[in-house]
Every structure is written in structure tokens, then in C-alpha cells.
Design a protein around this ligand. Sequence first.
Ligand SMILES: CCCCCCCCCCCCCCCC(=O)SCCNC(=O)CCNC(=O)[C@H](O)C(C)(C)COP(=O)(O)OP(=O)(O)OC[C@H]1O[C@@H](n2cnc3c(N)ncnc32)[C@H](O)[C@@H]1OP(=O)(O)O
Length: 146
Amino acid sequence: MPHSELSSNRPPEATMTEMVFPDHTNHLGTLFGGQALAWMDKAAFIAATRHARRVVVTARSDRVDFHTAVPAGALVRLTARVVATGRSSMQVDVEMHAEDPLRGDCTLATRGCFTMVALDGDGRPTAVPPLDVETSQEAREGPARA
Ligand SMILES: CCCCCCCCCCCCCCCC(=O)SCCNC(=O)CCNC(=O)[C@H](O)C(C)(C)COP(=O)(O)OP(=O)(O)OC[C@H]1O[C@@H](n2cnc3c(N)ncnc32)[C@H](O)[C@@H]1OP(=O)(O)O
């Protein structure tokens, strides 16, 4: 059987690492919030696409908390997980951790929830596979530790 995230029964997830360059920063020299949102949206898009295996769009971004400022030169690690599904919609939790590349310190910088909707070939919302309760619980609690 070919490998598939769906067949493994693990919460659909996406992880990405980015580096904060000066052109990603604001007037304070820290990561511009709009850039953080763009990376978070991209991570949510990948996780939702892996779950639905459909074209997906962002319908909503909810309660994005910016906990700590991220300086230029930091690495950011984004983790997105599908935590719930409706008929055509998926709730995706996204966390962005900032890492000091020299010291290795890692802190939660930003967290948010995105609603992604799967579309059919005509651009209309279409059903997505349900996320079972156990998988949903695991997704909300965090990634499975090997
Ligand atoms: C595979 C190809 C690879 C290509 C490789 C390219 C890579 C590229 C990189 C991409 C990087 C990142 C990409 C990010 C993704 C964008 O950037 S997408 C762009 C921004 N988003 C948009 O333009 C979406 C605009 N909105 C819409 O098209 C429509 O409002 C929607 C979202 C499709 C909903 O349509 P609708 O007719 O209102 O549908 P309706 O039947 O009422 O609702 C459908 C579902 O949506 C939910 N919903 C609708 N509106 C909302 C809302 N505001 N809030 C919450 N839920 C809502 C409903 O509750 C319902 O849920 P279910 O009960 O079915 O679970």
C-alpha cells in the first residue's frame, strides 16, 4: 500500500522552517505580523490539502495571538494540524516557534486557527474526509512523539 498520511491515521500535519530576513521585518526590526500570517496560512493550506487532497481556500483566520516578537536572523518553525472537520471545512491550528540559530532556544511566538474549505472542480465547497475523534484529540494535544 502506498504511504499516505490518511492511511496512517495520524492527524494531517505540515511543518515548515523559514528564516527571518531583513525584508520580512517591520519598523522595529522584528518579524512583520503580515509576514507571519502569510507563513501560517501557507502551513494551514498544506495541512488541509494533505487531509482533503482537494484544492482548498482560506475562509477564516481566527484569534491569532502574537506572544513574542521575533528578531531578524531567527529561524521560525511552523506546525499546522487539522484538528476538526465539518462537511467541507477544516479547522487548522497553527503554531509558530522562533528559534535562535546559535543558542537553539525555542519559544512559542504566534498561534492561530484557520478555517480552510475544500473546493470541487467547479469551485464549489465539497465534502472532506471526517477526522475521527481520537485523531482529532491527538491533533489538539500536539504531534505524536516517536
Ligand atoms: C492542489 C493544488 C496545489 C496548488 C499549488 C499552489 C500553491 C500555492 C501556495 C498556497 C499558499 C497558501 C494559500 C492559502 C489559501 C489562499 O490564499 S485562498 C485565498 C483567500 N480565500 C479566498 O479567496 C476564499 C474566498 N471565499 C470563498 O471562496 C467562499 O466564501 C468559500 C470559503 C469557498 C465558502 O463558500 P460559500 O459559498 O459561502 O460556501 P458555504 O456552502 O456557505 O460554506 C461552505 C463551508 O465553508 C464554511 N465557511 C464559509 N465561510 C466561512 C467563514 N467566513 N468562516 C468560517 N467558515 C466558513 C461553512 O461553515 C461551510 O462549512 P461546512 O459546513 O461545509 O464544513
